[in-house]
Design a binder for this molecule. Structure first.
Ligand SMILES: CC(=O)SCCNC(=O)CCNC(=O)[C@H](O)C(C)(C)COP(=O)(O)OP(=O)(O)OC[C@H]1O[C@@H](n2cnc3c(N)ncnc32)[C@H](O)[C@@H]1OP(=O)(O)O
Length: 194
């Protein structure tokens, strides 16, 4: 596996790849001052190789890179994650330690399902989404493309979050949230447009 991005997020993905015995060939990064991460070389080249995981936490940047490369895309699920056999997860998505993904969930490409997050039955997660550590998504939740759900957020059943919106850490979302907004709080409310 090759990784694009040599930051803290890459360190967590490296742990997952170790846990599943997936060899790591090298990392790529645009920052020419970073030449290695742990024992792995960091390359600065436009010749990107696959299978590739984009190991960058920012959803916009992950999308830009995904659209600019034409190599095989990998996947990485930590063995401690519990993933229903009746779930579809698209390429490029990583599932961190202790996450739980229940039956009939669909998750798009290049998503991050972070440490200890729980996604319940029949939920729909768009492409380039980040579900941060210890979020709880109840059943039938819908998350639009590019959304960041901040750490520890709870989303009650059936709620829809619009594309490229951000939900602040620790929020409780009981009503639908539109596209391109920042919304925060218990009784989560929109505080600004993005
Ligand atoms: C392994 C990992 O680390 S994964 C990374 C996971 N990342 C996260 O969970 C980060 C989530 N980010 C947040 O919660 C941030 O605070 C954000 C995105 C909500 C806000 O960031 P900014 O755009 O900088 O907004 P800003 O700090 O100006 O806040 C706007 C208002 O919302 C408030 N606010 C910000 N965050 C929160 C929050 N989580 N809950 C309640 N209110 C909040 C601020 O106090 C501010 O209120 P004010 O205008 O009355 O002063």
């Amino acid at each position: 596996m090759y990784l694009y991005g040599a930051s803290g997020h890459a360190k967590v993905i490296i742990d997952i790849l170790h846990a599943i015995n997936e060899p790591i060939e090298a990392l790529f990064d645009d920052n020419e001052t970073i030449n290695n991460l742990f024992d792995y070389p960091v390359l600065h080249t436009s010749e990107i190789k696959g299978p590739l995981l984009i190991s960058i936490g920012n959803n916009n940047i992950r999308k830009k890179i995904a659209e600019s490369v034409s190599v095989t895309i990998g996947q990485a699920f930590h063995p401690s994650a519990i993933i229903s056999a009746k779930t579809n997860i698209d390429k490029g998505t990583v599932v961190m330690q202790g996450a739980i993904i229940q039956s009939d969930v669909n998750i798009g490409k290049h998503c991050i399902i972070n440490t200890g997050a729980s996604i319940d039955h029949e939920s729909l997660i768009g492409d380039y989404v980040h579900i941060s550590p210890h979020c709880t998504l109840c059943g039938n939740v819908e998350i639009g493309e590019g959304v960041l759900i901040g750490a520890g957020t709870t989303i009650i059943p059936g709620v829809k979050i619009g594309c490229w919106s951000v939900i602040g850490a620790g929020s409780v979302v009981a009503k639908d949230i539109p596209d391109h907004v920042l919304a925060v709080g218990n009784r989560c409310k929109v505080v600004k447009n993005l």
